[in-house]
Design a protein around this ligand. Structure first.
Ligand SMILES: [Zn+2]
Length: 449
């Protein structure tokens, strides 16, 4: 295991942080350690104790010698994601050994770089003995383009209701959702359709990139479907010159920067297998659409003996009402639906990747396969919500090779989704389709399969 404590704390630079982790990039001034070049360090955070004199009991108890498990992010990636996406298209993740005195010094040195609002709430968790070292995808001497592609396909029509069928088979989920969000005043990528990006057709991929660029320019870079980084810095439209190679006059491209950007980006998007992989995963994991999944859930619950005895009166011929049902994904006395752990995910993948999965009758899904369909849907949601990072040379640099290396396109943000999201997704689906049904000139999105 790599000992990060061999590096100087000053060789790390604060990059950013989320709710649970803080990220630092390796930027040594001198004596660079090649084992850490091109990496970022991700450390877990802990809540700042309200009372300064509170001492964590762990500090006083030398008997606790249990080895801390690796970060769950590493386990999920190594045991699950590498079975679905070739490792060359994933960031490298490694466990690094930490120690308390190094972490303490590290924390003291870097704390002032953090936003004040964050500092009041939490800080680096000093009790951790392991951290995560990952590939630095945006911080080097290149342009990094981050695209959140979203839903790649039109749904399987078999389980759609007569009301939603004509709508959902014509307009893709992203375009419908964008319409609803834009009606409520949000800034969205209206001109972008993911089905164009995933089409594999040069003209349509170019159209998708133009749509992303326009929303980036119109929103001052705030729409999250496209982000551009130059040497680790987020590029806003007013700083677009940061995307151009040194020595090239920006005035050479007064209007045409978008065209050069498109030309540079379309090549890797067409050459990489990543978009095809994501599209295939999404559609072969979301087999029933949320409507079919919800129907299967209700049917499975209703077939439980205890359910039938509990709500016996509803099953009498004279009853005109339907018995109550538990929301999708929520465990009850009749149907248990625990959150999947790593063992559940690997078992699921064993089935998904085996020839047996082809024998599932997805037109008439069986209640005994409910768990399979639930996990498949959650995993599909991970791929609908991930991002890809494309590494490009600076625009206008003619020395670039035309061959795109496999590791120039990587998939990030592959976090597992939880069962308790399902009920919200079902509700959102209804809202999106209901809002879109009112649109007089619905968009036609073309699925290429
Ligand atoms: Zn669309």
């Amino acid at each position: 295991m790599l000992a990060i404590t061999e590096t100087d704390i000053q060789d790390w630079k604060y990059v950013s942080e989320g709710g649970a982790t803080i990220v630092f990039s390796y930027t040594p001034k001198s004596n660079s350690n090649p084992r850490f070049e091109g990496t970022v360090l991700r450390l877990r955070k802990a809540i700042v104790p309200r009372l300064p004199h509170v001492v964590r009991p762990k500090d006083d108890n030398p008997t606790i010698l249990v080895d801390e498990p690796d970060d769950p992010m590493i386990e999920y990636q190594t045991k699950c994601m590498t079975r679905l996406i070739p490792p060359s298209h994933l960031p490298r993740l490694e466990t690094v050994r930490l120690d308390r005195s190094w972490l303490q010094q590290f924390n003291t040195y870097h704390e002032h770089k953090r936003p004040e609002a964050r500092r009041e709430k939490d800080s680096i968790d000093l009790s951790r003995t392991k951290g995560v070292l990952a590939t630095d995808l945006v911080g080097g001497d290149w342009l990094a383009v981050e695209i959140k592609p979203k839903w790649a396909f039109l749904p399987n029509p078999s389980h759609l209701s007569p009301q939603t069928h004509p709508i959902k088979t014509q307009t893709c989920r992203f375009c419908m959702h964008s319409h609803m969000r834009s009606e409520s005043g949000k800034m969205v990528a209206l001109g972008y359709c993911p089905l164009d990006l995933f089409s594999g057709d040069e003209e349509r991929v170019s159209k998708a990139v133009d749509g992303l660029w326009k929303s980036w320019a119109d929103s001052n870079g705030t729409v999250n479907n496209l982000k551009i980084f130059s040497r680790g810095k987020v590029v806003r439209p007013a700083e677009a010159h940061l995307m151009i190679a040194g020595g090239v006059d920006p005035l050479q491209y007064p209007e045409g920067l978008r065209d050069i950007f498109r030309a540079a980006l379309v090549r890797p998007l067409l050459q990489t297998p990543v978009l095809h992989i994501l599209s295939k995963l999404q559609r072969t994991l979301d087999l029933l659409d949320i409507e079919g999944l919800a129907k299967l859930w209700r049917r499975t619950e209703a077939s439980a003996p205890l359910y039938r005895t509990t709500f016996a009166s509803f099953f009498e011929e004279s009853s005109t009402e339907d018995p109550p049902s538990t929301p999708l994904g929520v465990s009850s006395l009749f149907l248990s639906s625990p959150e999947p752990n790593i063992a559940d995910w690997t078992d699921f993948l064993d089935t998904y990747l085996s020839p047996a999965s082809a024998n599932l009758n997805n037109s008439a899904p069986a209640p005994e396969n409910l768990r399979y369909y639930l996990l498949a849907y959650l995993l599909s949601a991970t791929f609908k919500d991930c991002s890809i990072i494309i590494r490009l040379g600076f625009l206008g640099d003619d020395t670039q090779s035309d061959i795109v290396k496999p590791d120039s396109v990587r998939v990030i943000d592959l976090d597992p989704k939880s069962m308790d999201k399902l009920r919200g997704w079902e509700k959102l689906d209804t809202e999106i389709v209901t809002a879109y049904a009112k649109k007089l000139d619905p968009k036609v999105c073309i699925d290429t399969i």
